[in-house]
Design a binder for this molecule. Structure first.
Ligand code: SAM
Length: 270
């Protein structure tokens, strides 16, 4: 599939190479799962999830009874999702889950879905207009009549984008679940205003008690910033249009000071 043909940016890959750490970091993020569970219960499947990662959202949806196809580019993430499904799901539930390694910018699954989902900033790994056009065209092709495309992306925060790129932000040291020793966690932020991409350099430095041979691990995370009004134009590149927007996972309408944009789109009527 396209994952082999089109190179993914390092900033779309490195943060997801350690799927175990990903699950550890986001273990308390559950509000969005509740939102997607309610949405799928109300609207019904089958469901296609883009950038499904380690199955953080997919597995609860399958546990609820949904038939779900999880499309994911990272081998590490998909392997983790597979292992978790084997551990958590009964064999008969597992039959409703299909894991596909692929690229959301080009996929052809040979079926249509009532819901296409892209939870937790997955679409911020589309960097250029052509990436959005290709992805959204594929989404439109895979949406069944009356189907919806639902995703959440961060609402760009101007204060965050204006951060001094030389400033190092440190968090409290913690025991890294994969490295197995204490690390000092650092982040540095560099915003590219022409490309509208925020690059986050994450460093795990050996902390107190770390083995002498331990080295600093550096990881890049690059996220396209999608401004609310621009989103309409991006959706139209793939023949999609806005059907609704929320500003939090309780379903409150989007307001100008929200941190997240939860978007419901559908195929354009024209
Ligand atoms: C922020 S994670 C979200 C994972 C999952 N949806 C969740 O809510 O935990 C973004 C995911 O998108 C995947 N990804 C990045 N670029 C991709 C692409 N072009 N095609 C498919 N998946 C991609 C990453 O590997 C990662 O698993």
């Amino acid at each position: 599939m396209a994952a082999e043909r089109d190179e993914l940016e390092p900033g779309a890959v490195e943060h997801y190479d350690d799927a175990h750490y990903y699950d550890y970091t986001y273990r308390t993020r559950t509000e969005d799962i509740g939102f997607y569970r309610r949405y799928v219960r109300q609207h019904g499947g089958p469901v296609l999830e883009l950038g499904a990662g380690s199955g953080r959202v997919s597995l609860p949806l399958v546990e609820d009874g949904a038939e779900l196809c999880a499309l994911e580019a990272s081998e590490a993430m998909i392997e983790r999702a597979r292992a978790k499904a084997k551990e958590r799901l009964a064999p008969k539930d597992r039959e409703r889950l299909t894991l596909v390694r692929g690229d959301m910018r080009e996929f052809s699954l040979g079926k249509q879905f009532n819901l296409v989902l892209a939870p937790f900033n997955t679409l911020l790994h589309l960097y250029e207009p052509i990436d959005f056009a290709r992805c959204f065209r594929c989404v439109a092709e895979h949406l069944a009549p009356g189907g919806r495309f639902v995703f959440d992306v961060r609402f760009p925060q101007l204060k965050e984008l204006a951060r001094d790129p030389d400033r190092v932000y440190r968090a409290r040291p913690f025991k890294h679940p994969t490295l197995g020793h204490k690390v000092v966690y650092e982040e540095q932020f560099r915003y590219d205003p022409l490309k509208q991409v925020q690059h986050v350099t994450i460093r795990f430095k050996p902390g107190e008690g770390a083995p002498r041979r331990a080295k600093t691990v550096t990881v890049l995370l690059s996220q396209r910033q999608i401004f609310p009004n621009e989103l309409r134009a991006l959706l139209s590149l793939g023949g999609l249009e806005l059907a609704g927007r929320f500003g939090d996972f309780s379903g409150r309408p989007l307001a100008d000071d929200d941190l997240v944009q939860i978007v419901v789109a559908r195929k354009s009527k024209a």
